[in-house]
Design a protein around this ligand. Structure first.
Ligand code: SAJ
Length: 454
């Protein structure tokens, strides 16, 4: 798997350099990657950092992970995985082999040879918030040594690596691309597709040719396909492009869903018909809104940077407005089933997670739907096999235990997240009226007469 790039022209020059015994920092760094003797720090052990830490440990590197969440660190130390997609045994084997250490403090990684920054970059007050990247960078300043490689994985505003990360790290007194090396490699982890991190092509980049070669060499140890980008900036932009593409296309079908029914068209049938076109079309589906940490966030990072450049991206902003309007559209459609009046109506929402078969309800449109039902005076309850409780209307709601009884007492059941574990025949049998935001009941004959959909 390891493909050794020639760092300094042809190999004879490299041998000449080595023979002097004064190998530049980058040669020593490359040697540690080639021999997998480098010690790797991973800052942030979430759905991006932890799979990477495990892949690096499995590849033979010693890994030290840092995460602010003490419970997560405790679980890892006990050989327990905090992520559905990683087995406890994978963690336990690395811990037992002394190949994975974990800490809550990124300032005490022990000056590892390589550091991957995998911290969240959310929105705060609707604006990009890169403070965790800055904190991670600052924690590395006293730990930078000649030969250190720092790779940013978090999704950031284009130019962050060059114009924020490098200057902060250079306050160590060392010079980037001479003493230490910096690159950007966007995370491409999909929390539910089951695709392993090693199977997803990985964009890599460096602030200069040495950094680029080192970052490429590192990832060639842990992923099957490495795709070099010409600069961190274009890789940062590409990451935002990938997810903005998704948000805009979801907004297109969401907006069409808001008018198709009035035109006598079943939007779901139209999308399936369009998907028979074998080229020039990618199917996306309407829903109760767009949740998660990526899709509703990344377009805002791109639009923010464009605004700074004096070129507002109006289409991205319109798409965000459409997607953010979906929870209200869903609640209005359900209210329309009761002559516009939801006060006192018993509404049961199925699925709090932001998408099917995962346990994450942060940034979930389902929760926005539930908030609106509460605001409109409905008697709201929810069920989700993955999310035991969520905050709705300012208070914690617990997933109902007895689903059948809840369904039978509901004036309307609203399917927001179509987890695969639901037995839809049972939901149909015990419900009087269903509003299906995911078209999951389309193929059920018994749905006739009791199911409304987007
Ligand atoms: N959604 C729709 N209609 C669609 C697709 C998604 O309403 O046609 C909604 C989902 O219900 C969810 C939100 O959009 O609320 C986001 O869905 P997602 O499938 O994009 O899920 P994420 O947030 O896990 O996106 C990740 C992204 N991966 C990375 O950023 C590394 C995204 O680029 C992937 O394409 C996506 O996983 C994936 O393919 O599953």
């Amino acid at each position: 798997m390891y493909v050794e790039p020639i760092l300094f022209g042809d190999s004879s020059r490299r041998i000449a350099l080595e023979s002097t015994g004064v190998a530049p920092a980058s040669l020593r760094a490359m040697e540690k990657i080639r021999t997998r003797t480098a010690r790797v720090g991973v800052v942030g052990l979430g759905y991006v950092g932890l799979p990477l830490a495990v892949a690096l440990g499995d590849a033979g590197f010693d890994v030290v992970g840092a995460d602010l969440d003490q419970r997560k660190v405790d679980a890892l130390r006990e050989g327990r995985s905090p992520l559905e997609c990683i087995e406890d045994s994978s963690i336990g084997a690395l811990i037992d082999a002394g190949r994975l250490e974990v800490t809550t403090d990124a300032a005490h990684l022990g000056s590892p040879d390589i550091v991957l920054i995998c911290v969240p970059t959310p929105l705060t007050g609707g604006e990009p918030d890169q403070s965790l990247v800055m904190e991670a960078a600052e924690s590395l300043i006293p730990q930078i040594r000649p030969g250190t490689i720092v790779v940013l994985e978090s999704t950031v505003i284009p130019d962050t690596t060059d114009r924020m990360l490098v200057p902060v790290l250079e306050t160590s007194g060392l010079k980037a691309e001479v003493d230490f090396f910096v690159g950007f490699s966007p995370e491409r982890v999909d929390p539910s597709s089951g695709l392993d991190v090693v199977d997803v092509p990985k964009l890599v980049s460096g602030i200069g040719p040495k950094s680029a070669a080192l970052v490429e060499a590192l990832y060639r140890n842990i992923v099957k396909t490495v795709v070099p980008a010409s600069s961190p900036r274009v890789a940062e932009f590409t990451k935002l492009l990938e997810n903005t593409f998704r948000d805009v296309n979801i907004a297109l079908v969401n907006e069409l869903a808001q008018v198709a029914r009035d035109m006598g068209v079943d939007i779901w049938e139209a999308i399936d018909l369009a998907a028979t076109k074998p080229y020039g079309y990618t199917p996306f589906y309407p829903g109760p809104g767009v949740g998660g940490h990526c899709i509703p966030v990344d377009p805002v990072y791109l639009a923010w940077r464009a605004e700074v450049a004096g070129k507002p991206l109006t289409m991205l902003q319109d798409a965000r407005r459409v997607n953010d309007s979906m929870p209200g559209f869903v609640v209005d459609r359900v209210a329309g089933l009761f002559d516009g009046e939801l006060t006192g109506k018993k509404i049961v929402v199925l699925g709090a997670a932001f998408k099917k078969d995962i346990e994450d309800a942060r940034n979930s449109a389902s929760v926005d739907v539930m908030d609106l039902f509460v605001e409109r005076g409905a008697d709201l309850s929810f069920h989700d096999p993955y999310c035991p409780s969520v905050k709705v209307g300012g208070r914690m709601l617990v997933s109902v235990a007895d689903l059948v009884t809840e369904l039978e007492s509901a004036d309307c059941v609203v399917i927001c997240t179509d987890h695969s574990s639901y037995v839809w025949d049972e939901v149909l049998e015990h419900s009087r009226l269903i509003f299906d935001t995911r078209n999951v009941l389309a193929s059920y004959a018994s749905a006739e007469g009791k199911v409304q959909k987007l």
